[in-house]
Design a protein around this ligand. Structure first.
Ligand code: HEC
Length: 210
């Protein structure tokens, strides 16, 4: 997670460009399915999500709490929509642990597709789409300067690339349409990569190297 300030500064403009492109593409690509996602969240869901956000915030240290409170209403709504798609929440797992589990599900999708096992592919894709949320939600695992409206706006597009396409893959696999299902694999991977480019960077960098 830790890159030096200088390196971060130099790659930032590139990241912003990628972010704009990817979010743009994602929005265009999924304009058809967007309304259902972006419009309504019923009152009960909304209230339960507000509760979830509150309990996540109670776990955060004051400086992160302050950042989250400063987010726009729209960003908070988008975050709640993302949260509302996930029933499984962990009390102790970190985002890195969840990500490793997501990777296993992704691999299991490929395994299913490669062996004409549409059932494995569909189940794994649904499992991936409904991956667990780490303790405290996503924000505690983001870099401090990514917890702002601008960066978080790209989350919606990445989320749809990964989870939206995983669900599309599952429906295609349910119908036994293995070639259509396979067509979604690359899109899911695009979502993983794009989100990592903005919110992660190279894993495991050493602070003991020059
Ligand atoms: C919402 C943005 C986002 C999406 C989408 C996303 N990731 Fe990640 N991923 C992250 C972040 C942030 C980290 C770094 C977490 C940390 O180090 O605390 C990460 C880390 C990882 C890691 C490294 C775990 C480790 O032990 O360091 C793997 C593996 C990974 N992601 C796999 C995936 C796969 C596979 C997908 C797509 C199916 C995916 N991710 C989609 C944000 C995302």
């Amino acid at each position: 997670m830790s890159s030096t300030p200088i390196k971060y500064f130099t790659i930032k403009p590139v990241i912003r460009l990628i972010q704009t492109l990817v979010t743009g593409t994602a929005l265009i690509a999924f304009a058809g399915s967007a309304p259902a996602d972006t419009q309504s969240m019923d009152k009960t869901t909304m209230m339960s999500m507000q509760k979830t956000m509150k309990s996540d915030m109670a776990l955060m240290k004051p400086d992160l709490q302050k950042q989250v409170k400063g987010l726009s209403k729209q960003t908070k709504m988008e975050l709640m929509k993302i949260l509302s798609k996930h029933e499984r929440r962990s009390k102790q797992l970190t985002l890195r642990q969840v990500m490793n589990e997501v990777l296993s599900d992704y691999q299991s999708i490929i395994s299913g597709l490669a062996t004409d096992n549409t059932e494995q592919a569909a189940d794994s894709a649904r499992r991936l789409a409904n991956h667990r949320l780490p303790v405290g939600g996503l924000l505690p695992y983001m870099k401090q300067n990514d917890v702002n409206d601008e960066s978080l706006a790209s989350l919606v597009g990445f989320n749809d690339l990964v989870e939206g396409n995983a669900l599309r893959l599952a429906s295609a696999a349910d119908k036994g349409n293995i070639s259509e299902a396979t067509g979604y694999v690359g899109k899911i991977a695009e979502g993983c990569v794009a989100c990592h480019q903005v919110f992660r960077g190279q894993p495991g960098l050493s602070s003991r190297l020059r």
